[in-house]
Design a protein around this ligand. Structure first.
Ligand SMILES: C[S@@+](CC[C@H](N)C(=O)[O-])C[C@H]1O[C@@H](n2cnc3c(N)ncnc32)[C@H](O)[C@@H]1O
Length: 270
């Protein structure tokens, strides 16, 4: 039997208001540093069933709307809806178009009618949702029979070099926590949606120094927001110790930062 006790990460993910505020602040810097996000979202687009022709589609956690515009070009703007919890992201995305509606909402409580979508596309957003079972329930509710939920997310193993380096410095939580891939598997299997494909792949980015990585995370709005993160300024001595610890991972290309990316395509049974 599937153990769903692992479904929620109580207290392990940041408060939704903090997530919304952090992404809103990052709206203007996000696109300049979103190389990984572009690459991952493009791979998700490539995984959509070739025959899919949605009458109504949604970009869930649309951010700056890069993939909203790609979906609009592919499936038609007037049938599209872009949703995000961060007003700042929506304000940035809306003038650039791609969908008929840009609305504020929470993936765990979708402000949509049942059986109203043929496609829910979501790239690198649901790792911010503490209750992924609720996201799946909600997507199941809003999809029409035969509708598709295509998502990418991040799982355990993401930014392990940064996490391990900080652990050597002070043992505190400096990196956002992620669900295990097995939890994604269990929850998807139990969702009532058919799993067409579900896998995880490493994606490694390289930086000349630690500062390059931490600045990028901040510009993305994806720096550490966990409860239990250290407060106040990060002292110079601790930063130097972090830089030192991270050096053990250095490769010829630079300092690696691994992202463990989950790719999934699910379908609501007819
Ligand atoms: C890393 S960005 C990805 C944006 C876009 N999908 C892309 O690939 O460029 C994550 C987005 O998810 C949104 N998000 C986080 N939690 C959310 C939630 N509970 N409901 C809806 N959107 C959420 C954030 O505000 C942010 O815009």
């Amino acid at each position: 039997m599937t153990d769903l006790s692992v479904a929620k990460l109580p207290g392990a993910l940041p408060d939704k208001r903090q997530v919304a505020a952090s992404f809103s602040r990052a709206a203007t810097s996000y696109d300049s540093v979103a190389e990984l996000q572009r690459d991952v979202g493009q791979q998700l687009l490539d995984r959509l069933p070739a025959s899919i022709m949605p009458e109504r589609w949604m970009d869930l956690g649309c951010g700056t709307g890069y993939f909203t515009r790609a979906l609009g070009t592919r499936f038609g703007e007037v049938t599209g809806l872009a949703l995000d919890i961060a007003e700042g992201m929506l304000n940035h995305a809306r003038p650039q178009g791609g969908a008929a509606h840009f609305i504020a909402g929470d993936a765990e409580r979708l402000p949509l009618q049942a059986s109203s979508c043929d496609l829910v596309f979501s790239s690198l957003a649901v790792q911010w949702c503490a209750d992924f079972a609720s996201v799946l329930n909600e997507v199941h509710r809003v999809l029409k029979p035969g509708g598709v939920f295509a998502f990418t997310s991040l799982c355990v193993g993401t930014l392990y070099e940064l996490r391990d380096s900080w652990r050597q410095v002070d043992g505190l939580v400096h990196v956002n926590r992620f669900r295990g891939f097995e939890t994604y598997q269990q929850l998807c299997e139990a969702s009532g949606l058919n799993v067409i494909s579900l896998e995880n792949r490493p994606h490694v980015m390289y930086y000349p120094d630690v500062r390059g990585l931490t600045h990028e995370l901040k510009a993305l709005g994806a720096h550490n927001l966990n409860p239990g993160r250290p407060g106040g300024l990060t002292g110079r001595a601790r930063i130097l110790a972090l830089v030192d610890a991270y050096e053990q991972f250095r490769q010829v290309q630079g300092l690696p930062a691994t992202y463990r990316v989950v790719y999934a395509v699910l379908e609501k049974p007819l």
